[in-house]
Structure formats: C-alpha cells, structure tokens
Design a binder for this molecule. Structure first.
Ligand code: AMP
Length: 182
C-alpha cells in the first residue's frame, strides 16, 4: 500500500487515478467515500472545510480494508489527516499482513491550490473551505510526517506544482527504486 498525502488541491486524486488506470492500483479515497455516504453532518463539515471525526473515518476505513488483500496494490488517498488516524494506521499495519511501502507528500503552494480548486468548482470548494483546509493541513501534516518517519516509513516529498504526467513519473520512479533496493 502506498499513501498519498497533500492539501486538497495538491493533485492527490489525479495522481491516485493515474496509478489506478496506468498501474492497476486499487484507489481508496476517504473524501470520495465520504461524499458517497454524505450524512448531513459530514456534508456540513466538508462544506466548512473541517475534518470529519476520527471515529467516523476509522470505522469507515476498517470496513473498506476488509475488502482488500495484503499483496494487492493499493493507493490510499486522503488518510491519515490527523495524528490519531496515523497512529491507528500504524497499529493496523503492524497487526495485519499489509505493508505500507511508501508515503508521498505532494507539495504545493497555497496560491496554486486555490487556483486549481476554484477551477474545479466542487460543492465544498468555497473560498472559506479552501482556506480552512489549507491551514488545517499545514498544522497537522508536519507532526504526522514526523511520526511516520520515526516509525521507519519512507517519506518522499514530491514537488506537485508541475505537469501531472511528470509528477506521476516521479512517483513511479520512487516506487521502482524501493522494489530494486529491497
Ligand atoms: P478530499 O477529497 O481528500 O479533498 O476530502 C474532502 C473532505 O472530506 C475534507 O475536506 C474533509 O472534510 C473530508 N475528509 C476526507 N478525508 C478525511 C480524513 N482522513 N479525515 C477527516 N476528514 C476527511
């Protein structure tokens, strides 16, 4: 399993889709699952750019993980977004046969994110929600990355401001590098 982290608008979903379409990865996106379930409470939280509760996310994801097999190529998009989620994921990986191969941190400046999201025009892409999400992301990401690093996971910082195909190739190169070195 590989994990794509990045602010909303960093291109996580586009990169996940490329991995799914071109390399056969199963794409698990917490944002996508939430939008399909959409209780009125989570819809409101999403509209405000707030995070949906850890409890809801963890319950939803444990259920989703039951449908995948340990050797399956999986890309996890949008999780973990809090320290509690990261701790749960690490414990889950330790207590199962699943391996977290690498974590990609897609880096983009706020102005780039804003312009991409305004163009995308999804229901939760309001100026307030965009600003809130970016702030939340900056605040929580560093501690999550530190925790994952301390646990021995490989973190790749990827410049995600350029051409999507080039970014995809950077991700593939990193993944291939891991398989060669192992
Ligand atoms: P995304 O599609 O990843 O941009 O997520 C859209 C929205 O779904 C976020 O702004 C959150 O409100 C919610 N969401 C997605 N993933 C998570 C998560 N791991 N924890 C909490 N909320 C989430």
């Amino acid at each position: 399993m590989i994990i794509l982290m990045g602010a909303t608008g960093s291109g996580k979903s586009l990169q996940s889709r490329l991995l799914a379409d071109e390399c056969g990865y199963t794409w698990i996106s917490t944002g996508k699952i939430l939008r399909s379930l959409m209780t009125s409470k989570s819809r409101q939280e999403m509209l405000a750019g707030e995070l949906v509760s850890d409890q809801e996310l963890i319950q939803m994801l444990s259920q989703k993980f039951e449908s995948i097999k340990p050797k399956q190529l999986v890309v996890l998009d949008g999780f973990p977004r809090t320290l509690a989620q990261a701790e749960w994921l690490i414990e889950w990986a330790k207590s199962s046969d699943f391996e977290i191969t690498a974590i990609f941190n897609l880096e983009v400046a706020h102005a780039v994110v804003r312009n991409r999201l305004i163009k995308r025009g999804r229901f939760d892409d309001t100026e307030t929600a965009i600003k809130q999400r970016f702030k939340e992301f900056e605040l929580v990401t560093q501690p999550i990355i530190k925790l994952l690093k301390d646990e021995g996971y490989r973190i790749f910082n990827i410049n995600a401001e350029g051409n999507p195909e080039t970014i995809h190739q950077d991700i593939i190169k990193a993944i291939n590098g891991i398989s060669i070195n192992n």
